[in-house]
Write a protein that binds this ligand. Structure first.
Ligand SMILES: Cc1cc2nc3c(=O)[nH]c(=O)nc-3n(C[C@H](O)[C@H](O)[C@H](O)COP(=O)(O)OP(=O)(O)OC[C@H]3O[C@@H](n4cnc5c(N)ncnc54)[C@H](O)[C@@H]3O)c2cc1C
Length: 604
């Protein structure tokens, strides 16, 4: 099975990505240049990633007392990815970029995520550099971002602390001005940071010359107190090794020390670290404290960081999606080859007949179609969101604003739907393999373990749900939800001729979501409204994916190829087996059901 025909169909036949060539920014591009990028990424993923996916799972990163050791394959994959130019694909020509539409970049990165999600595609590095391109000074862009785009330096995001994960307002890492003239440092106002950062992905390794940490910390007020809440949070560039204004290493180590590696359930190809900032292990100019350069204004740290987090959320959704897809392909292959059982005829089973392959059983087909519907639907949504990012950056002022608002509403979905349902897809892939699926002799258990992370990082499922129901559907008087509804209704209208029952079901689902949104907030009590935010998120996500599938089905026209038949079946499956679930999810939202919220602790 190859992913490429699916990607080509979604990009060209469905999303009409070639139309972006009419934008000045993408004028040099064509189907040929897009294909060349996809070909290169597909090849590197096949040669440098896929063969080592199991190896990086079994050879976890380890610390030899001095350095973090990763398999050679990870070094080779990192080098090949950096050399492909993908780290700076979306950037301007002047700084070595390709001015590639984000839609094509996201599609190209899908190949890496499917081949080996944890060897890594540099999502954090390019996300880190992209943030600096928006919020950094010219010199910060030159010294840090440019070297990240070339792969010479790699990047991290350091938000979480041992005692502060979902609740970032409670971080306690402190940043104090670094002596006389701290504000005049050419690299940005210079501070000394002290604190611990937990769960930092790619926080320590030898893949690149330097690691550029983007760190959230609080600048104490005039009484030396940390300002409560998110308003006190600022953002700093903290290089692992000190650099000069030409981006050269000065030879001095910054005061950032690895306190330990986390040993994870999956995603083991990437290091995950507890980092101590400023504990004095590597004093700079004889003093404890990690040197950090302020990005943007004091107190604006979280706002700046959101630039990276939104990109990262689409990236996480894509990673979850591609793990779902990898499991689908593996279980499809298995189901086509495994003989087991016989069909039940009118007179029962005939044991004298040879066994059939399990793909001939209806229940196996159900599990395959569920995986296809979840994973391909999620991939379509991720590419749709990526297309909105391009619209936001290159569309007319009005279109860009519409894209911005649609992205606000869809970001929690593009992150959460694949995290939950492509994980379920992985579980079904294991199920199709029977006992073999539960062993390490087949790849599907690793896909499930790798995927289990995605409901946790970049905002847990619960946090995404509260963001959606508590903020996104309400913002700007519900205009984002309204815009999304208009797009769904347009798809339903177009589906009237060939897909009338599905068009009606989509309209009904949309109505239910709208009513639930109102009823959740009818008491104007946030605690009541948000107590069932996750069922709301689930119903919202299913409605969005139903819409996406109907839109894909609309685009098939008279095509009756096996691929088109498969897409029509996935659409039908989603409407018949999945969409009806939203009734149960939304019931508890509408009634603001207190069963869970009101249960006293002692009753558990
Ligand atoms: C492998 C891995 C990689 C990571 N990479 C990074 C990284 O590179 N950089 C980084 O900064 N962080 C990273 N993280 C951290 C990740 O973002 C956090 O784990 C996540 O934000 C949750 O924080 P926590 O683990 O402290 O859990 P908690 O915040 O303690 O949450 C525990 C549970 O409580 C729920 N909960 C918390 N608050 C509320 C509330 N107000 N209402 C309802 N429910 C609530 C959560 O939804 C969750 O189910 C990574 C984590 C992992 C596991």
């Amino acid at each position: 099975m190859s992913l490429r025909p699916t990607v080509d169909f979604l990009l060209h036949d469905w999303l009409k990505v070639d139309s972006l060539q009419s934008r000045a920014r993408f004028a040099d591009h064509s189907r040929e240049t897009f294909d060349a990028v996809l070909d290169t990424c597909e090849r590197i993923a096949r040669e440098k990633y896929a063969p080592f996916n199991r190896l990086v799972d079994t050879q976890e990163p380890h610390f030899d007392g001095e350095k973090v050791i990763l398999p050679q394959a990870t070094h080779d994959a990192y080098k090949a990815y950096a050399e492909s130019g993908m780290l700076s694909a979306a950037q301007d020509y002047e700084i070595g970029g390709m001015q590639l539409p984000y839609t094509v970049e996201a599609a190209a990165n899908a190949f890496f995520a499917m081949a080996s999600v944890s060897i890594g595609s540099g999502m954090l590095t390019s996300g880190n550099a992209n943030l600096l391109m928006v919020h950094g000074t010219d010199l910060q862009k030159q010294v840090f971002a440019a070297n990240e785009f070339s792969g010479r330096f790699s990047g991290t995001m350091c938000l979480s602390e041992p005692q502060a994960g979902s609740s970032l307002s409670d971080i306690t890492t402190r940043a104090t001005p670094d002596g006389e003239g701290f504000e005049a440092d050419a690299l940005g106002a210079r501070y000394r940071l002290k604190g611990n950062k937990m769960w930092i992905s790619s926080g320590e390794h030898e893949l690149a010359e330097n690691i550029i940490h983007l760190v959230l910390a609080k600048i104490p007020d005039e009484h030396g107190q940390l300002v409560p809440g998110v308003k006190g949070i600022s953002l700093f560039i903290v290089p692992k090794k000190m650099v000069d204004t030409d981006g050269q290493l000065t030879g001095e180590r910054n005061d950032v020390a690895l306190a330990g590696l986390n040993h994870k359930c999956g995603w083991r190809g990437t290091t995950n670290t507890l980092l101590n900032f400023g504990e004095g292990k590597y004093p700079v100019r004889g003093e404890a404290g990690a040197v950090g350069y302020l990005v943007g204004q004091p107190g604006e740290g979280l706002r700046c960081m959101f630039h990276m987090m939104n990109e990262a959320r689409i990236g996480v959704g894509m990673a979850a999606t591609m793990l779902g897809m990898a499991g689908y392909y593996a279980s499809l292959d298995y189901a086509k080859n495994r003989p087991q059982g016989r069909p039940t005829g009118a007179g029962g089973k005939d044991a004298r007949q040879p066994q059939v392959r399990i793909i001939e059983h209806a229940d196996i087909k159900r599990m395959l179609l569920a995986q296809k519907a979840y994973s391909e639907g999620a991939l379509a949504l991720a590419l749709y969101c990526a297309r909105l990012v391009d619209e936001q950056h290159t569309g007319t002022e009005e279109d860009a604003d519409v894209a911005r608002l649609l992205l606000e509403v869809l970001t929690p979905i593009v992150k959460s739907f694949p995290s939950e349902w492509c994980l379920e897809a992985n579980s079904l892939a294991i199920q199709i393999h029977g006992g073999y699926g539960y062993t390490r002799d087949f790849p599907v258990e690793q896909y499930w373990r790798d995927n289990r992370l995605n409901m946790i990082h970049e905002g847990t499922h619960g946090i995404q749900a509260m963001d959606l129901l508590g903020r996104k559907v309400l913002m700007e008087n519900g205009r984002g939800l309204q815009l999304l509804a208009e797009r769904m209704l347009a798809t339903a209208a177009q589906a009237e001729t060939h897909w009338a029952p599905e068009a009606a079901a989509l309209r009904d689902a949309l109505k239910q979501v709208g009513q639930a949104t109102q009823q959740a907030w009818a008491g104007a009590q946030p605690a009541e409204a948000l107590a069932n935010a996750v069922p709301y998120l689930q119903a919202f996500g299913h409605t969005v994916i139903a819409w996406i599938w109907l839109d894909v089905a609309n685009s098939l026209g008279e095509d009756n190829s096996p691929a088109a038949q498969g897409r029509r079946a996935a659409c039908r499956y989603f409407f018949r087996y999945e969409l009806p679930k939203i009734g149960a999810w939304l019931n508890v939202v509408c009634s603001r059901d207190p069963t869970c919220a009101n249960l006293p602790e002692e009753a558990f």
